[in-house]
Structure formats: C-alpha cells, structure tokens
Design a protein. Sequence first.
Length: 423
Amino acid sequence: MAVDLLLGLQWGDEGKGKIVDVLTSNYNIIARFQGGPNAGHTLVFNGLKHVLHTIPSGIFHENAKNLVGNGVVIDPVIFKKELDKLDSQGVDYKKSLIISRKAHLILPTHRLLDAASEASKGKAKIGSTLKGIGPTYMDKTGRNGIRIGDLEMENWKQKYRNLANKHQSMISFYDVDLQYDLEELESEFFEAVKILKSLEFIDSEEYLHQAEKANKSVLAEGAQGSLLDIDFGTYPFVTSSNTTAAGACTGLGISPGSVQEVFGIFKAYTTRVGSGPFPTELFDENGKTMARIGCEFGATTGRPRRCGWLDLVALRYACQVNGVTQLMMMKADVLSGFKTLKICTSYNYKGEVIEHLPYNIDSENVEPIYTEFEGWSEDLTAMEKDSSLPVSLINYIEFLENELKIPIKIVSVGPDRKQTIFR
Ligand code: GDP
Ligand code: IMO
Ligand code: MG
C-alpha cells in the first residue's frame, strides 16, 4: 500500500480541501487522521462551494472510500449537519463513508468546557473555534473519553451520563457566567448519534492493513497546519492534536515505512485565525488587500483571518518536521497586482540573524528580515499551464524551490478544482 500524506504547512486554511478533491481520483481511500470540526475544508466545482468539517474531502468522488480515522474527534451534531448537506446535494455517502471505532466523541459538555476555559483566559485566550476540541483530546489522553465503538455497547448512555456530570462540575469550577440548556443540547446530541449509528463503524487499522495487502492507495488528509501542532506549533496558541506527518501514523495506525509522498501545502502568503504570534503579519494596506482579494474569512467560524508575507523561516521548519517531498503553492492569484512582494528569509532574533524557528517567536524577540521580489500584474485565474505564468511568479516559485530544495508541483490560481496548474 502506498500512503501519501497531505498536510498544511502554515497555520491552517492553506487550501487542503481543494487539493484533496483534485487528487482524489488517483486514490482508493481518503483518510482524515486528526482534528475535528475545528477544520473547515472548502471545495469548489461546477459553480458550487462545499465546506467540510469532519468528512474527508474525497466524498464527492464516487469511487473513493472516505475514512474518518481513529485520530479524529467527532461531534455527532456537526457531523449530522454535514450529512444533511450532502443529502440535499444528492451525494450517496452511505457506502463510501466509514468511521473508525477508535475515534473519540465530542460531547455537548466538551463544547461548554471549551467556552468556559476560553472565557476564563480573558485576553490570553487561544482563539479556539469553540468546537470542544481541546477538552475532548484531554479526555482522550486522560483515558476518560467515549469512543465511536462505545456507541455499539449497551451501557454507553451511563458512561455518557457519568462523564457529562463530571464535566458539569468542572464547568462550575470556572469563574465565568456560562448560560446553557443542557437538556436541549443533549436532545440534539442523541438525535444526531442515531444518524451517526446508521453509518458503518469499522476497525480502521485492520481495514487499512487489508488495503495494504490488496495494494490499494491511500491519501491521508491533514487538518489545521504544522504551526498549530500541539508539539511543534506556536504553543500554547495551537490545536490539541499532532497535525504533522507523525500524526498520520498514530491517527490511522499505519507504519512510517508505508508513507511514500508527503505533500506540503502553503499559501503564497501567510494567514492565521485566532490568537498567537505571527512575525510577518501586516497591519497596512497590503494585509488588507490580501484579506479582501483572498476572501480571508474562516470557513468554520467566519472570523477574519490575519494576513502577512510568506515566512520562509517557518516554512523551512514545517518542511523539516514533516519530511515534505513535494510542495503545492496556493492562492498565487491573490498576489496579482502587488508591485513588490516580500518573503521573510531570516529573523533578527535578539540581535542575531537566524534562519531556524526559535522557541519563542513573539514580536519582542523576533523581527523578520525580508527579501523583495518584483510582483506581477497578470490575472492568473484563467491560466492553465506552467508556461503561461508570468516571469516574476516563476522567479518567486524558483526562489522557494532553491531555498527549500523541494519541487513545487502544483500552483493553484483560484478556488475552483479546475484552477490548478501541475508543474
Ligand atoms: P483548508 O482548511 O486548508 O481546506 O482551506 P480553507 O478551505 O479553510 O481555506 C482556503 C480558502 O481559499 C477557501 O475559501 C478556498 O476556496 C480558497 N482557495 C483555495 N485555493 C485557492 C486559490 O488558489 N486561489 C484563491 N483565490 N482561493 C483559493
Ligand atoms: P483547517 O483544517 C485555521 C486554530 C483556531 C485557534 C487554534 C485552536 O481548516 O485548516 P481549536 O478549535 O483547535 O481549539 O483552536 O487553532 N484552528 C484553525 N485555524 N484552520 C483550521 O483548520 C483550524 N483549526 C483550528 O483558530 O487559533
Ligand atoms: Mg480551513
């Protein structure tokens, strides 16, 4: 079995959903391995936009199996909403969508705990999507979680009650005014669980093991981005899972040796939603232009995304941590019209010039050092071939390839499936 990984190299929203959709026809199985409904993966084709949160981005292709792996956390309520949308679009997912028994469940009280924790932090808040991700992974590592497989057991509601009760006492520990109607939240939750139970639950590591024997191909779809990784991201302003390559092994039960290509996706500039350091962030007209042209609003929360120049120091770090073998550069079209472009090639770190990502990248410690590039003015959105791309864009691409020593195999020039140039 060949497993290829597809991962975001920045702070998420690089365009992973679009590229998974573009590549799905090459694979038998598309497998999400971590994260949950904090993700928002956008796909655009036939004039329609689709946003997926938990369901893998291969779902619109008839022949692919779409696996929600053990490393994912699932909120049945959001999952049901995603299924309802697919139903309304006539997508037949019953046979193609499969769920790992070892994936953990997000309970309504996990969401409440997330809200209480964030509210108690005040200005120091993470900027979480408030989907209950942190508390659910805490229960997983604390060995208190409820898994998809538990839903097949008779006593699961008792288990649920015990955990929800415990959560309620934890919520009261936070000194915040949180208004909620648990009965209403639970009735929505239990309804959604019924729908979830109509899908196929599997022992996904065994499924993938058999797929390996049968020589099937797998594309593992990452969520979030490397700089949001619980270990390697800008802690504590991160998510609660391993978003990097190693997360695919633990989140699916595959061995490192079965991984073939590691596709690293990045935007031609940088965005971040939520709190935390962002050395190349722009507060001027350039940043506003990127946000406007790039429609930089969160696909899950609708919050405006912070924008800035491309940060090669951070990108280099992400390529190393993941062992990226091929790069994909997204949203090149958004930079059309900038007279001059900048790439941060090193940091001034407490008076010293460094090229690696230090422990602390707060603005007091780190000042980006930029290399300037001539911009391009051509509209790229209708271009189909590498040879049509403007010379200044080719220079920009080749500079990155030389610095990172990794080929940029795809240049994306618009949100649509078709606006994808292979190199
Ligand atoms: P993901 O979380 O990595 O799947 O990315 P999101 O879907 O959250 O955010 C990417 C946004 O950029 C979505 O609105 C996409 O439709 C859009 N997008 C993807 N690729 C391109 C591109 O090459 N150009 C432009 N203009 N938009 C793109
Ligand atoms: P996709 O898969 C961008 C950010 C949140 C917050 C931090 C922690 O669409 O790229 P959490 O809800 O996990 O507790 O939030 O991580 N975040 C994302 N930012 N894209 C995402 O997913 C994100 N998922 C979480 O904004 O700063
Ligand atoms: Mg997103």
